[in-house]
Design a binder for this molecule. Structure first.
Ligand SMILES: [Zn+2]
Length: 569
């Protein structure tokens, strides 16, 4: 995957000279030409060093460290002269509820008409805390619903012919292979919504032998039992969403599942076989019922999104907004294997993305001061609780501080891996909207090409903040450093892959460790990345009055750009 781009360095030199050297007089002679600001490596370094320092203790949502990070960002916005764009100055406070499970409270009893079988917690099943009710208990009939997936577009309905109103549904974990990965990820995420829409009162997710190979039950049960769940609260203090209808839930080991299928002809072995053959097992009422119970403890906290804007210069287009987003939170403290306290400083995830956004903001201000004012308004949002489920961005999407229909595009920045001299970028979302062409053009300006997604199975398009805005119909793009390098002997894909395997979401995603392992953060690559992201926003902001549009064959355009109140599949 190594590619030494011949001639690239000389092109870069020309660009740098062209961009840096003109004296003021020269610039005045070129009024018709766009002023091209250049990202500062030192500025990126300064922002990243502050945001990823131990003093911020991992920037977890609701902590003092994250508040300090937010205050720093606000301070930068102010210094740049950007206008406040929150609902309390630069701030938009997001109220959250946290929920943790009372240890050993979960119960799972199967009633098969002959006897009651109590399944052992953590051995046969696990459960996660509820953000809707501290005490939950339900007894209801069980209905097997296959994967529990529905798609008009791909022509399947696992609920066809089944009545699950008032029932606990039993669904297979995972999803069938063979669907386009991003659409499949989305369809997997709405399984709960679909069950609720059909009247289910509980969900039992069935682990499968196939899933065991990728995500062993032993790992998942620890994760579920220890997890702290979070949700944002409406102004009325209600937990967001309609999951309150669910009075029970459990994650069941496939070996314990036999108890559920005792009263039907269906053999579990056949189901596993169908899964392996990539078929979608058909659902059936199981003729047994179950009692599910658990207790959770609630907590409350609030945490800010911080936002600023540079108003557009065009009479009418200034009402439209190009929105940059970057999450400012990360994972907080953690004990390492020796039991020492460490901080998840998130140097790449996402101090780097915030640094790029702040520098992008400075570039827009510099360009405006030099007569190149964007037509549309540019807005910058450092959002909270991304790591807790894109919650800050989702809150903003529900309570936007500008009319949501005026947001023409979202450019998201999350975890640019600035550890090698990348020669290409991957643009998630590019193939779904007219933004793809913009990205290609912006990257080309800096001698960088656009490559296809090298790991579609990760479905990254559904895994960061822009997804909350895509769900509101807003075209979005999210750049990642590609797998090719400009340096001979450097394999970008290898560096990226190693970072992802060894440092992503670990405390070693910090400046000192990354410097030890990779010889330093590549702020020069960061500057190129920033220049491209600046130009993407600049082109969208000017764009000859044409709003970015979804492409007619885009799955996301088709499911989200229509009526906002239906479940999309
Ligand atoms: Zn992350």
């Amino acid at each position: 995957m190594n590619l030494y781009r011949k001639g690239f360095l000389s092109l870069l030199t020309v660009l740098a000279v062209a961009a840096c050297s003109p004296a003021v007089e020269e610039k005045n002679q070129q009024q018709d030409q766009a002023f091209q600001p250049v990202a500062s490596e030192v500025a990126l370094e300064a922002h990243l060093e502050f945001l990823a320092s131990d003093l911020l203790e991992g920037r977890d949502t609701g902590t003092r460290g994250h508040e300090i990070a937010s205050a720093y960002i606000v301070s930068q916005f102010k210094e740049l002269g950007l206008e406040p764009a929150g609902n309390d100055g630069y701030y938009q406070r997001v109220p959250f509820r946290t929920a943790t499970l009372v240890a050993d409270s979960p119960k799972f009893i199967v009633h098969n008409g002959r006897k009651n079988i109590s399944l052992p917690y953590l051995e046969a099943f696990t459960a996660s805390p509820s953000t809707f009710a501290e005490k939950l208990e339900v007894t209801a009939p069980l209905v097997f619903v296959g994967y529990g997936m529905v798609s008009d577009k791909f022509g399947f309905d696992d609920y066809a012919g089944l009545d699950v109103d008032g029932a606990i549904v039993v669904m297979l974990s995972g999803r069938p292979d063979g669907l386009p990965s991003e659409a499949a990820a989305h369809l997997g995420r709405i399984k709960t919504e679909l069950a609720i829409e059909r009247g289910a009162v509980g969900i039992i997710t069935l682990h499968t032998p196939k899933q065991e190979e990728v995500r062993p039950f032993a790992v998942m049960r620890r994760y579920a039992a220890d997890a702290r769940r979070m949700t944002w609260l409406t102004p009325e203090g209600e937990a967001h969403g309609d999951e309150g209808q669910l009075r029970g839930g459990a994650f069941l080991h496939y070996e314990a599942a036999a108890h559920l299928f005792e009263n039907v002809e269906l053999e579990l072995a056949d189901i596993w076989q169908q899964i392996d053959a990539n078929e979608m097992p058909k659902g059936v009422a199981l003729g047994v019922s179950a009692t599910l119970a658990k207790q959770s403890v609630f907590g409350a906290l609030d945490s800010p999104n911080v936002m600023a804007k540079l108003s557009g210069g065009h009479n009418t287009l200034r009402n439209e907004v190009v929105l940059y987003t970057a999450h400012s939170d990360h994972l907080g403290p953690v004990n390492n294997t020796e039991g020492e306290l460490k901080f998840n400083n998130g140097a790449m995830d996402n101090a780097a993305g915030v640094a790029v956004m702040l520098e992008t903001a400075r570039m827009f201000v510099e360009a405006a001061k030099n007569g190149d004012h964007p037509d549309r308004t540019i807005m910058f949002a450092a959002v909270t609780a991304e790591e807790r489920g894109l919650l800050g961005a989702d809150y903003f999407a529900h309570y936007p501080t500008v009319p949501i229909e005026n947001i023409v595009a979202n450019v998201n920045l999350d975890m640019p891996v600035l550890l090698y001299n990348f020669a290409d970028v991957v643009a998630f979302g590019a193939e779904h909207s007219s933004l793809g062409a913009v990205v290609a053009e912006a990257a080309e300006l800096h001698g960088i090409k656009r490559s296809p997604d090298p790991m579609p199975e990760q479905a990254i398009f559904t895994r960061s903040d822009h997804y909350a805005l895509v769900k509101k119909g807003i075209p979005a793009v999210f750049l990642m450093t590609g797998f090719e390098s400009q340096n001979e002997g450097e394999d970008g894909g290898e560096v990226w892959g190693e970072f992802f395997a060894k440092h992503y979401h670990r405390h070693s995603d910090e400046i000192s460790t990354l410097t030890e392992q990779y010889g330093g953060i590549r702020y020069d690559a960061g500057a190129v990345f920033t220049n491209i992201n600046y130009d993407i926003g600049r082109m969208i902001a000017n764009g000859n009055a044409v709003r970015p549009t979804w492409l007619p064959d885009s799955y996301f355009g088709q499911v989200f750009a229509g009526d906002e109140n239906s479940i999309r599949h």
